[in-house]
Design a protein. Structure first.
Length: 414
């Protein structure tokens, strides 16, 4: 199947059939579960790469003389100015493939020394939002998240780097809460997936409709639950706190490395610790790791230094029932090999690692007395928090991923 698409793509390049080439490139990207398509002009050729499971993979090259026509085709699809080649442009397009799959493309162009580079972010409209367990949230983390979702008010923050699945996790939470009795409003940049039952609004910075003003408007729309795409400044943070204090459940995202660092970040923005204590319900930090291919994975030999590191991290795990004790005794990890099933990569799909920080009275006291982050982390671990590193080791021991993947995204504990 994939070989057919690769051949179709190569044939359309040879016959210089640009509309077919663009459509096949998008359709092939969907088949490989890509999140982004990169079309990059080099000095002597143009290459197409797909980001599959978070890693870029080269697909094909084509001659530079075809590039202007390819750029024009994509610009026409996404309503961009064809004659503007000196400035970056952003647009979007709705595409239906020959197989009838619908998707939303977010298109970004960038002038480079060799011509315009294009990146297309794919949103597959036929993809359903996974539930929390399918995403990889289990044990104590899942229990704490489900308890927080039952709160009538408060702030739930999701943190992590770009492309770590924050939006999907928030949509999964909102889907769980989406009933006819509640009014859910979202302020996003951009609206990534349209869901029935939600009132989704997209910000427009060029006309000063940003997250802060969107939040203020949302409060006048009689909401029960508000999701604001990102807390970027003090004004948005203050509006989120005000919304929470007036009886709303607020969801948002931040860019920090861990759940506890989010508290420092908000205090650095100028938010008083007593306000955080009375509003923050839960903070989730997350990363995505690639799932090791079930068909070709094999037991790995782990170095004594790495085993020592793993044992040290797991000795701090206080959450009961998080992992089968037999797995901890065996300490058997796996490695990716590569076979036809996984395109010789060794990995298929991804799974989330989650660090869930649930607020309690002891943590409130520590934050209120401006305790350092290490004390807060120690208290959170005692309260049953599982760190990203521990969550990754659990998934690696269960044979879902490899230790290489875990330490690619999670920091080693000191």
């Amino acid at each position: 199947m994939n070989e057919d698409k690769q051949k179709q793509l190569e044939d359309s390049i040879l016959s210089a059939n640009i509309p077919q080439m663009v459509l096949v490139a998008i359709s092939y990207a969907l088949d490989l579960r890509s999140s982004d398509i990169h079309i990059e002009p080099e000095q002597h050729y143009v290459r197409i790469r797909y980001r599959v499971d978070g890693v870029l993979r080269k697909i094909v090259e084509y001659p530079t003389n075809l590039h202007p026509a390819v750029v024009s085709r994509i610009k026409i699809m996404s309503n961009l100015k064809i004659d503007e080649q000196r400035l970056p442009q952003d647009g979007r397009a709705d595409v239906t493939t020959k197989e009838g799959r619908q998707m939303d493309l977010r298109v970004s162009t960038l002038p480079t020394v060799n011509g315009e580079k294009i990146v297309m972010r794919i949103q597959d409209k036929s993809r359903k939002i996974p539930d929390l367990m399918e995403l990889g949230i289990t044990g104590m983390s899942l229990k704490n998240l489900e308890l927080a979702l039952k709160s009538p008010n408060g702030i739930i923050i999701n943190t992590g780097p770009t492309g770590s699945g924050k939006t999907t996790t928030l949509y999964s939470c909102l889907t769980k809460l989406n009933t006819v009795e509640v009014n859910i409003l979202t302020i996003e940049d951009p609206v990534e997936i349209q869901l029935d039952g939600l009132n989704q609004s997209q910000v427009h910075h060029d006309i000063d409709y940003d997250f802060a003003s969107g939040m203020r408007t949302a409060l006048r729309q009689d909401p029960n639950i508000i999701m604001v795409g990102e807390i970027r400044d003090k004004e948005t943070a203050n509006t989120a706190i005000e919304a929470s204090l007036t009886g709303h459940l607020v969801f948002s995202t931040l860019h920090t490395n861990s759940a506890i660092e989010s508290i420092t970040r908000l205090i650095n923005m100028g938010i008083e610790p007593y306000l955080l204590n009375s509003t923050i319900e839960l903070i989730i930090a997350q990363r995505l790791v690639r799932r090791v291919c079930e068909k070709c994975k094999k037991p790995a030999t782990t170095s004594p230094e790495l085993l020592e590191l793993v044992k040290k991290a797991m000795s701090r795990l206080k959450a009961e029932g998080e992992i089968d004790p037999a797995l901890l005794t065996g300490m058997q990890f796996y490695e990716a090999v590569g076979c036809a099933e996984c395109n010789n990569v060794g990995y298929v799909g991804r799974v989330g690692l989650y660090e869930v920080f649930r607020m309690n009275n002891e943590l409130r006291r520590l934050i209120g007395s401006s305790a350092n982050m290490l004390d807060i982390e120690e208290a959170a671990l005692k309260n049953g928090m599982v760190t990203l590193e521990q969550a990754g080791i659990v998934k690696a021991l269960q044979g879902m991923t490899t230790l290489d993947e875990v330490y690619r995204v999670a920091r080693k504990s000191d």
